[in-house]
Design a protein. Structure first.
Length: 281
């Protein structure tokens, strides 16, 4: 049974990583897709692969969520092609900081670090760093939702899934700008769930932590070229109750659940996909 047949699913940051994993799952369930990302070449490669593999319509559109006109152009293209949006997955935005706030320092764990913190960290964070975090994680999300609302309302029963990080609920050391921005994105999601309920639009959050992504290998190469990936990630894995990193497909399954009719009576909720790393319930 194709749960998303005749449904239109929009995914920002859909050309790779978690976004592409989610796109595969939606396509396998019959959804028509619209994907945006900044890199046009990778985006078209992803669209071609999805269309050929799953025989579903895929609209690729290069867009930058930091630019209002770019977001509006993307949503206009989606509305012109499909007429409405059944599910919006906000997945764009930097997945994690590759450097600690204010200093050139590796971040290697969710809520524990193996190195001593350098001095003078918080006061070294510039206004530009604060603005960048809020732009990437909060304002970009707000722009996409704002532009997509007419097409979401046209579906007469739509869903928004905002992908965030457990940093928003459990701030680790050295990444305060990221944690604050994700917390704001979660607050926005809750507010939207209340406001948009009257339009039959559900809004939920998938909060991720401890997920194995290609960026982790890039981090190893930069910060610990003499270590294997397993050695580099050992402090992080040790801090996860399930004692392993999650996969991007596991995050995609949570996104699919909250975007699909399977969760038709769920709104305003946060589902953590983190192997138990979040120390609250």
């Amino acid at each position: 049974m194709a749960l998303m047949r005749d449904k239109v699913v929009v995914i920002t940051g859909g050309s790779r990583g978690i976004g592409l994993a989610a796109a595969r799952l939606f396509a396998a369930q019959g959804a028509s897709l619209a994907l945006c990302a900044r890199g046009e070449e990778k985006l078209r490669e992803a669209a071609r692969m999805l269309g050929e593999t799953y025989a579903v319509p895929v609209l690729p559109h290069a867009a930058d969520i930091l630019d209002t006109a770019s977001v509006q152009a993307f949503v206009h293209a989606v509305a012109s092609r499909y007429g409405h949006i059944d599910a919006l997955v906000n997945n764009a935005g930097a997945s994690s900081q590759r450097e600690a706030d204010g200093v050139n320092w590796p971040v290697n764990a969710v809520d524990a670090v193996s190195q001593p913190l350098p001095p003078g960290r918080f006061e070294a964070i510039s206004d530009a760093e604060w603005r960048a975090a809020l732009e990437q994680k909060l304002l970009g999300m707000a722009r996409v939702v704002r532009a997509a609302l007419p097409a979401l309302r046209a579906a007469q029963g739509a869903s928004i899934v905002n992908v965030t990080s457990i940093k928003g609920r459990q701030p680790p050391p050295r990444v305060v700008t990221s944690g604050v921005a994700w917390a704001a994105a979660m607050n926005l999601s809750k507010a939207l769930s209340l406001e948009l309920a009257q339009d039959a639009i559900r809004v939920n959050v998938v909060s991720v932590g401890g997920i194995l992504t290609p960026q982790m290998e890039a981090g190893r190469a930069r910060w610990a070229p003499g270590k294997t990936l397993e050695e580099f990630l050992a402090p992080r894995v040790a801090n996860i109750p399930l004692k392993r990193l999650g996969s991007m497909d596991e995050v995609a399954q949570a996104i699919f659940f909250l975007a699909s009719p399977l969760s038709s009576y769920i709104t305003g909720q946060c589902l953590a996909v983190d192997g138990g790393g979040l120390r609250s319930i």
